[in-house]
Design a binder for this molecule. Structure first.
Ligand code: ATP
Length: 343
């Protein structure tokens, strides 16, 4: 017989891991949806640190006023080492019980979901929301913050390109994404980069990049933009080697944390609002150990274990189009992709 679920009356919400624009829209939605359904809501500050230190405050509708347009997270965020220990996990569950929190919404990445899982195993109902600019959560084609981040990076790259063209330079622009290349791929396409280096695809054959720069210079191109992913890294040393090999001034720009900030785009505000509301609805429906995702054109929820076990990679067709547009060092790879598909 299915276990009778205890009715959720009090919800907690926290943001954990790296911050992402749109997290505030998600917090706001959790708070307002829960209050609208007659639940009590607590904000937990600095991710799981807040559960260790009992930094927990009741939230009212006005606490989330004027936040939908703000970047960052009003609840602050942290990486909490203690949460990785059994003692820390026990303490976190005790804090939830102390405040009567029987449903917890965790906004963060895969690591934050793992922390949530440990609370679920101690009887706290949990729902995860994908909050990361990296788009590296497998069960979903959308994560809160990616859209804003890619637009921020795109605008910055446009600016670097202007000055790069004026000085007839080669520019290596490193974008974030940790070990995933989604941000770099999108910027590569959106900025019309000559080369796009993704951790999932790059073969570390720098000579191909050098040949491509020389070739495009011969054809009269005034700039050469290389979008490099954080997961490939080493942009500064790469720039020095390329300049030495080509004789063309080459500069590296690492965009860094500016990609995490800024006012969220309409898409991030709207999707985060829907996902935040869904998290509350799932908890009210007695669901636990779920994560909300956006897949095949629909908002859906997944079992947390299954979500963490899923894998995803760079879409081959998108990548092939990126190569076709850039005509970059990957010309050979591009031929290979097309050849492989005809097998
Ligand atoms: P981002 O994608 O921005 O890095 P993330 O949620 O994956 O977000 P992590 O630093 O991996 O970021 O995890 C955030 C927090 O979740 C950790 O600091 C820790 O408190 C908790 N956490 C991560 N992994 C575990 C785990 N295996 N068990 C318990 N808690 C964990």
């Amino acid at each position: 017989m299915a276990e009778e679920k205890k009715k959720v009356t009090t919800i907690g919400v926290l943001t954990s891991g790296g911050d992402a624009p749109g997290m505030n829209a998600a917090i706001r939605a959790v708070v307002r949806r829960a209050l609208g359904k007659g639940l009590k809501v607590y904000g937990i500050y600095r991710g799981y640190d807040g559960l260790m230190e009992e930094d927990v405050k009741e939230m009212h509708a006005q606490d989330v006023s004027d936040t939908i347009q703000r970047g960052g997270t009003i609840l602050y965020t942290a990486r909490c080492a203690e949460m990785r220990t059994p003692e820390g996990q026990k303490k976190a569950a005790e804090t939830c019980r102390k405040f009567g929190i029987d449903g917890l919404v965790v906004i963060g990445g895969d690591g934050s979901y793992r922390g949530a899982q440990t609370l679920a195993h101690q009887g706290i109902n949990v729902v995860g929301l994908p909050g990361t600019i990296d788009l590296d959560i497998s069960c979903t084609e959308y994560t809160i913050g990616f859209d804003t981040s890619v637009n921020t990076a795109m605008e910055a790259i446009d600016k670097v390109r202007d000055t790069s063209t004026s000085h007839e330079r080669c520019s290596i622009i490193e974008v974030m994404g940790r070990n995933a290349g989604y941000l770099a791929l999108w910027c590569g396409i959106a900025n019309g980069a000559e080369d796009i280096l993704l951790p999932e695809k790059y073969d570390y054959d720098e000579q191909k990049i050098i040949d491509n720069i020389i070739d495009s210079r011969r054809r009269g191109k005034k700039h050469h933009i290389i979008v490099n992913a954080e997961g490939v890294g080493h942009s500064a040393s790469m720039a020095r080697r390329i300049e030495a090999a080509t004789g063309i001034e080459t500069r590296a720009t690492i965009l860094g944390h500016m990609q995490r900030g800024g006012s969220p785009t309409a898409k991030d505000r709207v999707y985060a609002t829907i996902m935040g509301s869904m998290a509350v609805d799932l908890l009210i429906a007695g669901k636990t150990e779920r994560v909300v995702g956006y897949k095949n054109g629909k908002f859906q929820d997944f079992d947390i274990d299954e979500a963490l076990a899923m894998t995803k990679g760079i879409d081959e067709y998108e990548y092939e189009i990126a190569l076709a547009m850039s005509g970059g060092y990957q010309k050979e790879t591009q031929k290979k992709v097309i050849r492989d598909e005809s097998l």
